[in-house]
Design a protein around this ligand. Structure first.
Ligand code: GLY
Length: 292
């Protein structure tokens, strides 16, 4: 029997020293919230969703409330969720304000008819399944406005492009799940879609290989197919698989970012090539480990 584990990240980038402790504490709380779901009998999908929802609610992160804004000053949210037993996935992109984009991705996964919905269509699906929309007033923060202002003035702000959040889970039976959510890059064009909602790029889960959630510059992650590359790495350890894939990502497409990875045996790999990537590992029976 495997000790269930939940791993979270709060985004690759450059979080300043003044906010780093809070950033790390938030991803640790999210991982523990996901593990509590597993320990209460929930599924790996429930645990990954819960962990990501905790970070979507927290305005510190670039996902859900506090997400980065488009060049027009609007929120367009991306999220996805995938499970490794049957390779089922759900994803939303260019979503107008919704408190939990990952919950909508989950509803789509459970519905099973489509894998991804965009913008207005995703909002209509939400209404059909009883998920309420939020408002720009509730979800656009002063900090997100300041980041956009900085981008307009040519300053690349703290947390630059990544800041995406994610979780990977392995339950006691070796069933793996990955989930990722983001506001995308600051000042992105309206309609731009990054890696986060694209299965194989920002998120991938397969019970034969593992589950991975990515963060960083979405265009490079899309071109490289980072999440699936990490999962299919032949390296002996999960940590080496994460590290080697990230090195190739940097070499081949000048990629910047980070990954969290869990194999179906519960072993974990974490790698980044940015200054910071808040992350945490909550494993049953052990103290939570967190860092940046
Ligand atoms: N990695 C998130 C994005 O580029 O949208």
């Amino acid at each position: 029997m495997i000790a269930p584990v939940v791993v979270t990240h709060g985004g690759a980038g450059r979080v300043g020293a003044d906010r780093l402790d809070a950033h790390v504490a938030g991803v640790a709380r999210a991982a523990e919230a996901g593990l509590a779901v597993l320990e209460a009998g929930g599924t790996a999908l429930d645990a990954a969703q819960r962990a990501v929802e905790a970070m979507e609610t927290d305005p510190l992160y670039n996902a859900g409330t506090g997400g980065s804004l488009t060049e027009a000053g609007t929120l367009e949210l991306d999220a996805s969720l995938m499970e490794g037993a049957f390779l089922r996935g759900g994803a939303v992109c260019c979503l107008p304000p919704f408190e939990h984009p990952v919950a909508l991705a989950r509803a789509l996964l459970e519905d099973g008819r489509h894998v991804m919905l965009a913008g207005e269509g995703a909002a209509r699906f939400a209404a059909a399944v009883g998920i309420e929309a939020s408002t720009p007033e509730a979800m656009i923060t002063e900090s997100a406005k300041a980041r956009l202002e900085g981008w307009r003035e040519g300053r690349v702000g703290e947390g630059w492009a990544g800041g995406t959040v994610g979780a990977v889970v392995c339950d006691a039976g070796g069933h793996v799940v990955a989930a990722t959510s983001t506001g995308g890059t600051v000042g992105k064009r309206v309609g731009r879609v990054g890696d986060t909602p694209i299965l194989g790029a920002g998120t991938w889960a397969d019970d034969r290989t593992g589950a991975c959630s990515c963060t960083g510059i979405g265009e490079a992650i899309l071109r490289f197919g980072l999440a699936r590359t990490v999962c299919e790495g032949p390296e002996a350890s999960a940590q080496d698989a994460a590290r080697v894939a990230l090195r190739a990502f940097e070499a081949r497409v000048s990629g910047e970012g980070g990954v969290i990875f869990v194999r179906p045996d519960g072993t974990v790999g974490i790698a980044r090539n940015t200054e910071t990537m808040s992350h945490a590992i909550a494993r049953a029976g052990e103290a939570t480990v967190a860092g940046h």
